[in-house]
Design a protein around this ligand. Structure first.
Ligand SMILES: *[C@@H]1O[C@H](CO)[C@@H](O)[C@H](O)[C@H]1NC(C)=O
Ligand SMILES: *[C@@H]1O[C@H](CO)[C@@H](O)[C@H](O)[C@H]1NC(C)=O
Length: 139
């Protein structure tokens, strides 16, 4: 949700992205009860992979998942965006202000178990990709 918050009305750059990470990454990991030594995953969107961001994550000792550049549909966050979209659409926001508020409300309402399940499914999916020597399997 911090993405949406920061993105509305402004174009995100690497500086903003790092700011968002520094304000939210640890607290989110705690809220999700991640074990320490958790692996952070983001996709290969240029802002995410910019050298300065890589350097920042390395300095902060965050472990980052190695990520094949052309595998967007392996990313579990896509499922979460889909979930959010369905919830927000049902509320029929009438303007950008309402949209932002409804996004935040609905995001907060998605139970942590939904994330947990996505991570579990994801592990299964990765194992399957490995077994297929990099070929993507449809789920
Ligand atoms: C990134 O965006 C922020 C906020 O809009 C701005 O203050 C900063 O100058 C921008 N940085 C670069 C490198 O463009
Ligand atoms: C946006 O929509 C909400 C709900 O329909 C309404 O209460 C609010 O006044 C609207 N805001 C603007 C800026 O039009």
């Amino acid at each position: 949700i911090w993405m949406i918050q920061k993105r509305i009305g402004r174009i995100m750059n690497g500086t903003m992205y790092r700011e968002i990470l520094s304000e939210n990454l640890l607290s989110s990991a705690r809220a999700l009860k991640m074990k320490c030594g958790f692996v952070f995953q983001h996709d290969n969107y240029p802002k995410h992979t910019a050298r300065a961001t890589k350097e920042w994550l390395r300095k902060k000792h965050f472990k980052v998942l190695e990520w094949p550049s052309q595998s967007p549909d392996l990313n579990p966050i896509i499922n979460l965006w889909r979930e959010l979209k369905v919830r927000v659409t049902q509320r029929q926001p009438q303007n950008i202000t309402a949209l932002e508020e409804i996004c935040m409300e609905e995001w907060a309402k998605i139970p942590a178990t939904v994330c947990e399940n996505l991570v579990k499914t994801y592990r299964k999916c990765l194992t399957s990709v490995n077994a297929n020597k990099g070929y993507m399997k449809k789920y």
